[in-house]
Design a protein around this ligand. Sequence first.
Ligand code: BGC
Length: 732
Amino acid sequence: MRQLTEAQKNRIEEILSRMTLEEKIGQMNQESPSIVGGFDVPFSELIEMLTDGRLSKEEFGKIMSTSQQDYHEDDIRAGRVGSLMVQDPAKVNELQKIAVEESRLGIPLIFGLDVIHGFKTVFPIAIAEAGTFDPDLMRKTARMAARESKAAGVSWHFAPMLDIARDARWGRVSEGPGEDPCLASAFATAKVTGLQEGESPDDPYVAACLKHYIGYGACESGRDYNTVNMAMHVFYNHYLKPFKAAVDAGAQTVMAAFNDLNGIPCTVNKFLLRDILKEKLGLPGFVVSDANAIRECINHGIATDDFDAGVQAALAGMDMDMGTGIYKNQLQKAVEEGKVPMEVIDEAARRILSVKMWLGLFDHPYVDEASMHQYDVLPQEHLDLALEAAERSIVLLKNEGDILPLAPSAKISVIGSLADQPEEVVGAWALSWRKEDCVSLWSGIQKEFANAKYFPCGGPEGGLNEEEITEAAAYGDVIVAVLGETIAMSGEASSRADITLPGKQRQILEKLLESGKPVVLVLMNGRPLALEWEDAHVPAIVEAWHLGIRMGDAVARVLCGKKNPEGRLSSSFPAMTGQCPVYYNHPNTGRPASKSKFTSRYLDAPLDSLYPFGYGLSYTSFDFSNLNVRDQGDVLMIGVEVKNTGERAGTTTAQLYTQDVAASLVRPVKELKRFAKVTLEAGEIMRVYFELPKNELGFFDNEGNYRLEEGLFRIYVGQNSRECLMAEIWEK
Ligand code: BGC
């Protein structure tokens, strides 16, 4: 793990000793290019006016033609900017030159960006990639994103997003690794390592920014930015875990979440920022607010005005202000009036300088503008990794009568407007891709199937074209229906109160099924959907998420059987929206759901999720048997026999869960502890072993103390969180 040397630490102190208060505060200020032009209201209001109809598209276009970007050059020159969001290498150098050569102390800027699942090479959205259960793959995709963005001068990624999310109504489930803390922690470690550690000394690296700290994924009723109330044992055992894993892996920075946690916005939450993150976990670098979040503390009803919000944030340990200018405009006065001690400013500036030093920006502030040209055409290695990540993220949800894979000669009707939109493959929060690199499903399918024909028929936003549906039903021996959500339907500010297929897509399916032809539903979406109806009526369902630039190729290769699906669900899928939040690792109740009336259930919904966490089928089948637990003192050695019982090679994911049967706090009915990918030839048998230190059987109480309690534990091993073998042990 790369760490600052003593000489670098001394150099930071030396720079600090020469900085004025204003320059220190300048480091704490992050700007993004603001749009200025022939309009006298702020740009954000202009957007609102466009959205609520006060401005027509034409009027908006006319105003925008007068606009230009303000990069805050004067503030940079005056040492009043520490960071900027820019991704053009020439612009990076131009602004960096002002900071380095024209500001008094020549402190370089740090350029940050949302590089969530790839830069030029876009990989699957995180919820999908987590479903590969393969940390090494997750590390490799992060590594590639780091190399590409670094060539553009971006050395700080606002990623990985580590929000545990249990409510699929929340649009941002797409950006994170799902509902489970163990899988999310593996994802966290892999991503931080991939971003921050090169494979050789001159391999480019960037600083990670873990977000959104914390509890954002637990926003009430899945509505974005909403309030969060959470028992502290849930906080420690579930939501904090991936952040801890990431800091342990060396993560340099953290972004605080928009929401409040138990009444205090994360932005001004001293307990979260100082006590837990900086002191307990030992974050080496700095904390940045989310966009505009310091000012939003006024809306939260926690601060009276900008000054108050700025003071509270600084005192709580918020080192950098994203986008409000509050630190820039208010902190000097706050220090002069004694509201914010000088040590708070020193600490923030020191932390920010330390990350810049860690990145080597003091010695190498500029980017080689030519180096981005190596990605003008994406190298084969990048295309290959994008394909591998995409195919391995695909989850086969249903395959009745082994409809899949389809013969390459099959006559196929491909339907759905999403199938022919290359730009829809990249998913939410992809900012730097090119359309010509994106492979749509229709174009991928044409490469594998000679007799495929495309009929749009309708899609998530549109209606339904009866004529095309009739034609599609008449042409194909099998219909591949590509349905789901557009990119805009998940991601930030994209919560949905009904997570069934949007628009008239179900009617499209109904009509296709009426034809009697077999239908394969390929889903493109950014969240778990409520698929009770589809599961009951459609014989084959493939969950293909938003898989990145090679999506079309990946899906086609799964449909024709060149790739045997191996992806798993990193989040449970409800049968109906009303079941949300639904997650496998819930505590038990006094009346666990059963068919009897007075149990914890709905009258009008199934007892459990439709597809559980960890679930996913293959074109072959696997059998798990002979679970055995050996006590080896401090460690449990858990073995299970896995057999490929089908007729082709395939990969399954063996999952080890535990349950603390009686403890001093309610514990999850199951919690994932280990997992292993197992690839077997047809008929092959392998014994898989897991080593589980007994001290991992403990948990955190409400005060954050780790407890290891004696009693009965259940050990489960299986192919998903529902279907498992079970053994019991008594631990003292
Ligand atoms: C999002 C963050 C993102 C930031 C900067 C915010 O709206 O919540 O996830 O990093 O914008 O783009």
